[in-house]
Design a protein around this ligand. Structure first.
Ligand code: MN
Ligand code: MN
Length: 472
């Protein structure tokens, strides 16, 4: 090696292109790993579906329910069917602090309103009124095939699951956009954010009227027919909608993207990519001194509020009950110290540098697709408002760990200062006094119907989370 090359390598920080710098054997692992990930994306399109699949997988890996008959070192708990935590008890006492990874399993989507069904008087189409959930660009959800996922709860408490639009023979649904020919006043003259407003986001549900030879003047016969069909299929009445949770998501599967199949295009990768990689990492742990916990939270996209969001007491209560299960003190002081002694990765995606919109990023500090999982010291907006700003000591510890464990990583922030901003679960976890840092792969087209990730970064996230739980 020439002197200049030597000194450059020694002194300069340079993010590494995974495909260029990592061995062929590891590249093969990347492709293999991502097959499982795509399956997860295809079967977990909602909060509830993600928890169900995660728990079923954990049970196969011999995890036991803390609330029924827990045994051994592998413990889990689900909470209101929309969030869950999985723990692998380590060699040290739990009160010495846990290594916890939190991600979220909700994603931006379009919900049905509580009283959604109506018949449009002009067109006689059966329609559903909707309410978008999370930060969506409304126009992206128009004129695209949507699947209906969710659950009705009948008066006897029985849950009726709905999933229409994912099988090849299933029908799909659509909220029709306006044709360009007539969009001059209605859309083109407006700001992009106003081109589609929430009241235009109505779903075409059905079009055939209920036919009754005896009475040809049935009022709203198309709406009635929708109810008849739903009743035949699910034994439901209209009132069941009023308590239901019904979510519209892009229909179809996650796909390989790019000629070299190096990327994945799919819905809900924010943040199911971190949910999947952290769970797989937990299941792959060989030996851990500190107790490892993977926490899948709901409601991040609307601020982590509600009883299934990361602001709820669930995770603290889980750790308290783990202390008890492990025959340790579980008084309030011990619990507080356990939290303070803990290390937490807030595992969420970051905005990848987008070649179509370079102006919103500052490339040197942005996340580059295919250059590894991002270690993000702070998020927030403006003067770092609303962020968790990880301690330099903890940040350096994580970087050193990743270097030792040959994790492909890079530093990355969301965008240029003052261009916008955002945050995630980190700041709520930081309230417990634990060390907290953000870490996750970059995504292009985040919150769109089809988000783009690099398979290399997905695998790097898995490796990073495993290193953290085994060795941090
Ligand atoms: Mn997220
Ligand atoms: Mn998000």
């Amino acid at each position: 090696m020439k002197k200049l090359e030597k000194i450059t390598e020694k002194l300069k920080y340079q993010r590494k292109n995974f495909w260029k710098e990592f061995p062929q054997k590891e590249k093969e692992k990347v492709y293999q790993f991502c097959e499982g990930y795509k399956k997860f994306l295809n079967t977990c399109k909602t909060d509830r579906e993600s928890i169900e699949i995660a728990v079923n997988t954990a049970i196969k890996k011999k995890y036991t329910d803390l609330d029924s008959s827990p045994s051994g070192k592998k413990i889990y708990r689900t909470f209101r069917k929309k969030n869950a935590a999985f723990a692998l008890i380590g060699e040290k006492k739990i009160s010495a602090g846990v290594n916890l990874i939190v991600s979220h399993i909700d994603a931006p989507r379009v919900d049905l309103k509580q009283n959604p069904l109506y018949q449009d008087s002009e067109t006689s189409l059966g329609m559903m009124r909707t309410h978008y959930y999370g930060g969506v660009k409304k126009y992206q959800w128009m004129s695209t095939p949507l699947a209906l996922h969710g659950v009705f709860i009948k008066s006897n408490g029985e849950a009726v699951k709905v999933n229409i639009g994912e099988n090849e023979d299933d029908p799909v649904f659509v909220m029709p956009d306006l044709l360009p020919h007539l969009a001059k006043e209605e859309q083109y003259s407006k700001k992009i954010g106003d081109a589609v407003n929430a009241s235009m986001m109505n779903l075409v549900f059905n079009s055939i009227p209920y036919l009754d030879i005896a009475d040809e003047k049935i009022k709203e016969a198309v709406k009635l027919n929708a109810l008849v069909l739903l009743n035949e299929k699910y034994d439901l009445v209209e009132e069941n909608f009023l308590s239901a949770e019904l979510e519209l998501v892009p229909a179809g599967k996650a796909r390989d993207c790019g000629l070299d199949k190096s990327m994945i295009l799919g819905y809900g990768q924010d943040d199911r990519v971190c949910a999947y990689t952290s769970l797989e990492a937990l299941f792959d742990i060989k030996k851990n001194e500190r107790t490892a916990i993977v926490y899948l939270a709901d409601k991040e996209e609307i601020g982590s509020d509600s009883n299934t969001g990361a602001k709820s007491i669930f995770i603290v209560d889980f750790i308290a009950d783990l202390l008890k299960y492990n025959n340790e003190n579980y008084d309030s002081s011990t619990l507080r110290k356990t939290l303070i002694n803990s290390q937490i990765i807030s595992a969420d995606v970051n905005a990848g540098l987008n070649p179509n919109f370079p102006n919103v990023h500052e490339a040197q500090n942005a996340v580059h697709l295919g250059f590894g999982v991002s270690v993000t010291k702070y998020t927030g907006s403006g003067g770092k408002g609303g962020s968790n700003d990880a301690n330099a000591e903890f940040n350096a510890k994580i970087i050193d760990l990743f270097n030792r464990e040959k994790v492909n990583w890079q530093t990355g922030m969301l965008g240029k200062v003052d261009v916008g901003g955002g945050g995630t679960i980190a700041k709520f976890m930081a309230e417990y006094g634990a060390e907290v840092i953000d870490c996750g792969p970059g995504v292009l087209g985040m919150h769109s119907l089809f988000e783009l990730t690099s398979k290399a970064d997905v695998y790097s996230a898995f490796k990073a989370y495993k290193a953290f739980m085994e060795k941090a």
